[in-house]
Design a protein around this ligand. Structure first.
Ligand code: IPM
Ligand code: MN
Length: 348
């Protein structure tokens, strides 16, 4: 039987609830489709930090390297560890070390879910650059604590980094409705964003079958509210993609429905799958977190592992469950109830 080795990192807060729910569904799908998931769980989290002084062991990346994929819940427990420490100690280093440069986030309404917009017919795939840009971590502070203190946060855009994410976006667009919108702010940021626009034009020449639009981030924020049905694939830098995908989550009914995949496209390293939402300390441990975002992310993981039929079955089971009115509003059903409904709807 084919076996895929999965590293599970529940992380903090509701991360444990939603990854537990996802593994129940993914294991059932694996059983039904004749493969198995050999899962090892790692307790790396803010709690682990309090015991060990770091978010993961020194050789954490090497440990993860031995797996076919990583499923992550959420990282962050600001009451004990500042977010800037926990995220830069676990989530962000994994994305960078494994060159998971393509962050893929689908935004569409599942059946029965009523988003806040009048328009229901949108189907957007946001491709966010995931390893450099505004989140490169380059910078520093000098004269700390003094009146003349300076803080510098440098956005890094490399030709290689920009070109590969734009090519990745064009490949996605080619497999969908053949429309790509590149999001920048080149009217104000005259170096990096003009560079991005130039590279988009250069790459576009290789994809004459794909229509290209260029939009500024501010106009795109409005467009995603006013006319999301006109969008297909969006490609954006790390920060812009981060912001637009929370907006995308909002128009698809909330963060409980927003899935994401951090992909290393050449497969030289494991890719990582996680919901867009965070650890939600306010509802942690209450069995009310919506597991759908993580289950959908898990379906993306199965697809990445070559188990397309199982991935499609999981997504169909999620759709059936939503169509039955289960899990649509925060608190209407427990995490366990939603998970059970998805399991019952799973057709193998
Ligand atoms: C996300 C999150 C992270 C990000 C944070 C927690 C660092 O907001 O996955 O969208 O910005 O990448
Ligand atoms: Mn985010």
């Amino acid at each position: 039987m084919k076996t895929h080795k999965i590293a599970l990192i529940p992380g903090d807060g509701i991360g444990a609830d939603v990854t537990g729910a996802a593994m129940t569904v993914l294991d059932a799908a694996a059983d039904g489709f004749g493969f198995s998931l050999e899962t090892e769980s790692f307790p790396w989290s803010c709690d682990w930090y309090l015991q060990h002084g770091r978010m993961m062991p020194e050789d954490g990346i090497d440990i993860l390297r031995g797996f076919d994929a990583i499923l992550l819940g959420a990282v962050g427990w600001p009451a004990t560890v500042p977010d800037s420490v926990s995220l830069h100690g676990l989530l962000l280093p994994i994305r960078k070390a494994f060159d998971q440069y393509a962050n893929i986030r689908p935004h569409r309404l599942l059946p029965g879910v009523e988003g806040p917009l009048k328009s229901a017919g949108f189907d957007i795939l946001c491709i966010r650059e995931n390893t450099e840009g505004e989140y490169s971590g380059a910078g520093g502070r000098v004269h700390q604590g003094r009146d003349n203190e300076v803080a510098i946060e440098t956005a890094i855009f490399t030709r290689q980094g920009v070109e590969r994410i734009i090519r990745f976006g064009f490949d996605q667009a080619r497999a969908r409705r053949k429309h790509l919108t590149s999001v920048t702010k080149s009217n104000a940021q005259k170096h990096s964003m003009v560079f991005w626009d130039e590279i988009t034009r250069m790459v576009a020449a290789d994809y004459p079958d794909v229509t290209v639009s260029h939009m500024h981030i501010d106009a795109m924020a409005a467009k995603m509210v006013m006319a999301p049905q006109d969008l297909d694939v969006i490609v954006a830098s790390n920060l812009f993609g981060d912001i637009l995908t929370d907006l995308g989550a909002a128009i698809q009914g909330g963060l409980g429905f927003a899935a994401s995949a951090n992909i290393c496209p050449d497969r030289s390293n494991p890719s990582m799958f996680e919901p867009v939402h965070g650890s939600a300390p306010d509802i942690a441990g209450r069995d009310i977190a919506n597991p759908i975002a993580t289950i959908w992310s898990g379906a993306m993981m199965l697809d990445h592992l070559g188990e397309g039929a199982a991935a499609a079955a999981v997504l169909r089971a999620v759709e059936t469950t939503c169509a039955q009115g289960i899990g649509l509003r925060p608190g209407s059903h427990s995490t366990g109830q939603i998970t059970q409904a998805i399991l019952s709807a799973l057709k193998v």
